[in-house]
Design a protein. Structure first.
Lengths: 175, 321
């Protein structure tokens, strides 16, 4: 189990790096899907099968599909890839790289200092997740529900169309 | 340990062998049955009952020129048909064919199935996008929207069964149907799940991503040879998977009178639903794209929510008394 965890974690890190460094947007999103799948395996090995399944269904299966959906309509060409190459100069890598190096050092310190028992936990069943979501954390569930409702109302408002006249001869110009 | 490993390998090999043969055999079954319902003979020349059409079709697919359009995104173009086959085959991992004959009896079986069917959407989207063709792109966009929307109702319809049994484990769900098959208390859930299943496998009447009369085969216009063959086989495997899930969730899985072994009961029920899929194709016209979306979001979504609400209320009342 430990070995699977480390392999999946390494895949996740590599895939996420590829997401940032790819010039072709669709390829970058494909690496994002791989990264989500790897993270789902990490969840599974850590004893959270419910979260692992939700990670795939929601993130890899719905959200990234929607992003790809939008990018497909943009009709990206070789020119756009060239633009992307010009924008991503090595110079702008330095800042984020230094900051994430600090995080990496911290992470290595935590992993080596702590007892290795941290990643050997008991599996959490779906029922337990539901009990805690609708028990102590019910406020969070309700708040996210409200947020989603606001999103739906907003999407409806943006997508609403004026009533279309079927035929142009029936169209009234004075109204 | 040694024995259980070989046991598992046997199950995996057996399931894979059976599934791939069923998918190939369905080529013949579908043509013969369509012919039956349309008052003609169908393929009946090569071999007994025309069975060798399967062989001829497979050989044709293998030896056809495998052409990649020069303007296509080559890597994605090659990966896309593999995704559909891999995800559908992975979906079969959680299906309990008979007591003890299941590849992985996961506690999150239903969720795993949903995850795999949502990953299957990528094959259409990527295949259509990578082809670099207007019709393929249109097909891919339709496919993406259709599969994402119908996945929602599919999941919600299944939750009725989950409420009644209190588990995501498919073997437990089958065991819970010993007294009463769930299609009686969950008739609405069953109908919604089946409709969503037809949309999810993009079969007629919901084959809007490929609709050959308007989009020239849609997302797989540019595919030929075995790459097209993988979409083709993936579709038949998808039909089989949805039929398996319907049988497992609503029609008592392997349960049945004792004079036949459980595996036979499962196979008979699954075959009945595969025939229903083919009958649908033979008899129903294709709706317009906006009609499909409206039907989904304005009728199926409220109905599946009502189904969930009523089921939850009844379960609560039974627990109280």
């Amino acid at each position: 189990m430990e070995l699977t965890f480390f392999i999946a974690a390494a895949v996740a890190v590599l895939a996420t790096i590829m997401v940032v460094t790819q010039y072709n947007l669709i390829h970058a999103l494909l690496y994002l899907v791989v990264s989500f799948l790897a993270i789902s395996v990490v969840f599974f090995t850590l004893g959270a099968p419910f979260m692992a399944a939700l990670e795939i269904i929601i993130y890899a299966g719905a959200i990234v599909v929607l992003i790809i959906f939008v990018i497909m309509m943009l009709n990206l060409t070789q020119e756009d890839i060239q633009h992307e190459k010009e924008w991503l100069k090595p110079r702008i890598w330095i800042g984020p790289a230094v900051l994430s190096m600090i995080l990496l050092v911290e992470l290595v310190y935590i992993v080596t200092a702590d007892t290795p028992d941290t990643y050997r936990s008991t599996p959490v069943e779906a029922q337990a997740v539901g009990m805690s979501l609708f028990g102590p954390y019910v406020l969070g569930v309700q708040l996210s529900g409200m947020l989603l409702m606001a999103g739906i109302v907003g999407a409806y408002h943006l997508g609403r169309q004026k009533k279309k006249v079927i035929h142009r001869f029936l169209e009234r110009t004075d109204a | 340990m040694e024995e259980s490993t070989s046991h598992y390998l046997l199950i995996i090999g057996g399931v894979l062998f059976a599934l791939l043969n069923v998918a190939a055999g369905l080529i013949w079954v579908e043509r013969r049955m369509l012919a039956l319902w349309q008052d003609r003979y169908g393929p009946n020349r090569a071999g007994p009952f025309g069975l060798f059409i399967v062989l001829a079709d497979t050989l044709k697919l293998f030896f056809k020129e495998d052409w990649i359009p020069p303007l296509a995104d080559k890597v994605v173009f090659v990966i896309a048909p593999a995704i559909v086959l891999v995800t559908v085959l992975l979906g079969f991992v959680v299906v309990p064919f008979a007591p003890g004959i299941v590849v992985a009896d996961l506690n999150i079986g239903i969720l795993f199935f949903l995850a795999m069917s949502s990953m299957g959407a990528y094959s259409i989207i990527l295949g259509g996008w990578a082809s670099n063709n207007k019709y393929s792109l249109l097909g891919a966009m339709r496919g993406a929207a259709q599969m994402i929307s119908y996945e929602v109702f599919m999941g919600l319809a299944m939750m009725g069964v989950v409420l009644l049994t209190g588990t995501f484990n498919l073997s437990t769900i089958v065991e819970a149907q010993r007294d009463l098959w769930f299609f009686i208390p969950q008739i609405l859930g069953f109908v919604i799940f089946f409709i969503a299943g037809v949309a999810e496998t993009h079969r007629l009447p919901f084959d809007i991503p490929e609709s050959e009369s308007e989009l020239v085969a849609g997302f797989h216009s540019e595919y030929s040879g075995m790459k097209f063959g993988m979409f083709f086989i993936g579709e038949y495997l998808g039909i089989t998977l949805i039929s398996c899930m319907v049988v497992t969730l609503y029609f008592g899985g392997w349960l049945g009178p004792g004079f036949l072994p459980p595996l036979f009961w499962f196979a008979i029920k699954v075959f009945a639903f595969i025939s229903l899929f083919i009958l649908l194709r033979a008899s129903l016209p294709r709706p317009r794209y906006d009609q499909l979306m409206e039907y989904g979001w304005k009728i199926l979504l409220p109905l599946s929510l009502v189904n969930l609400l009523v089921t939850a209320a009844i379960v609560l009342m039974q627990n109280e008394s």
